[in-house]
Design a protein around this ligand. Structure first.
Ligand SMILES: NC(=O)c1ccc[n+]([C@@H]2O[C@H](COP(=O)([O-])OP(=O)(O)OC[C@H]3O[C@@H](n4cnc5c(N)ncnc54)[C@H](O)[C@@H]3O)[C@@H](O)[C@H]2O)c1
Ligand SMILES: O=P(O)(O)OC[C@H](O)CO
Length: 328
């Protein structure tokens, strides 16, 4: 199987950076943007100042506002925020091009992972997940980056990896679709927690403890949903956790930073153009964990902070006062 033309659905920071990578060899890429001004800026100025400022885009990228235009593409990278995935897939004309799911989140209400939503529109063999430690502005600038590319069908995964790989963009293959997406969804919630630690001035020991114990929560939840531990310990899980738990470039970390400084979630989330996925994933992850009997105290703490039902110091005190136990 060989994949030529690529369509990208969603022209936020990540969709634009992925379009830039896919077009790096001069191959045409069609980018669907929801905003008319983004379509115009990409086509007229080869730029996306709204979502990925400062990155001159390849002229091989053409933008469109019509999803139907993507019908002829060999593969589609789906890069809308998690809560909008279903709506966008439902609006796509029917087809069998593989879908590469790039959003990191869980659907509110249904508790479904992105691949579980996509299964309403494609067979398992045509669903892949691309995830890992990937700040869009670094990928847009061509800085070295590695990702997990997971697909149940190894030949489809290999064809997608061959098409998307660049000297500075290195996909590692996996068949663990669920593991790849749980890593990305859970790390966003944990990045909020790490931002709180920073904002409240709790120190680097606390942040390292939180990354470790947060990873333990990710593994417990992932295994309950059928993920492999090795996937969660890879780029899409631990790799992304380390990235977003240590940088204000992360929108999720920055949201937590504000919470730790005493600002309310409502204030911090008001009028945002960009997405902090962890804020949407936290409550649905908390519910899903409870339903599966998986203990996720850090995730529960983040939920309480986002919902305004607890203060930072109370959440920290409760986490530290949990009964002593074995680490493993
Ligand atoms: N930015 C990154 O560095 C990065 C890296 C890896 C993964 N991701 C993931 O990619 C996904 C997209 O994030 P982003 O950073 O590109 O977005 P962004 O924050 O840059 O932009 C918001 C996006 O949401 C879209 N949007 C808003 N309302 C919509 C609707 N009703 N229907 C469809 N789309 C709508 C906008 O058009 C825009 O594309 C998220 O799940 C994010 O976690 C982001
Ligand atoms: O800015 P964030 O927190 O959404 O993180 C972006 C990417 O997920 C990093 O891999």
């Amino acid at each position: 199987m060989s994949i030529g033309s690529i369509g990208v659905i969603g022209a936020g920071a990540w969709g634009t950076a992925l379009a830039q990578t896919a077009a790096a060899g001069g191959e045409p890429v069609l980018l669907w943007a929801r905003e008319a001004e983004v379509v115009a800026a990409v086509n007229d100025d080869h730029a996306n100042p709204l979502f990925l400022p400062g990155v001159p885009l390849s002229p091989a990228i053409r933008a469109t506002g019509a999803l139907a235009d993507l019908s002829a593409c060999d593969a589609l990278l789906v890069v809308t925020p998690a809560q909008h995935l279903r709506g966008v897939l439902a609006a796509l004309p029917p087809g069998d091009a593989p879908l590469v799911l790039c959003a990191k989140g869980i659907e509110a209400g249904s508790g479904r992972l992105m691949s579980e939503i996509a299964a309403d529109f494609r067979g398992d063999d045509a669903i892949a997940v691309l995830s890992g430690p990937t700040f869009a502005h670094e990928v847009g600038a061509g800085l070295p980056t590695a990702v997990t590319l997971a697909c149940a069908d190894e030949s489809v995964g290999a064809a997608l990896a061959a098409r998307l790989a660049r000297p500075g963009f290195r996909p590692y293959l996996s068949t663990d679709v669920i593991g790849a997406e749980i890593g990305g969804a859970v790390k966003n919630v944990l990045a909020i927690a790490c931002g709180v630690v920073e904002g409240r001035g709790l120190g680097q020991n606390a942040r390292a403890a939180l990354i470790s114990r947060g990873f333990a929560e990710m593994v417990r939840f992932g295994r309950a949903r059928g993920a492999r531990t090795e996937t969660l310990a890879g780029l899409a899980g631990l790799g992304d956790l380390v990235l977003t738990c240590s940088s204000t470039s992360s929108r999720n970390f920055s949201l937590g930073l504000g919470l730790g400084q005493g600002r309310s979630a409502a204030d911090l989330l008001a009028d945002r153009r960009t997405v902090a996925e962890g804020a949407f994933t936290a409550p649905v992850l908390h519910e899903a964990a409870a339903a599966a009997g998986v203990d996720m105290p850090i995730v529960a703490g983040v939920c309480a902070l986002l919902g305004g039902s607890a203060a930072v110091d109370d959440v920290v005190e409760a986490l530290l006062a949990r009964p002593l136990t074995y680490e493993g």
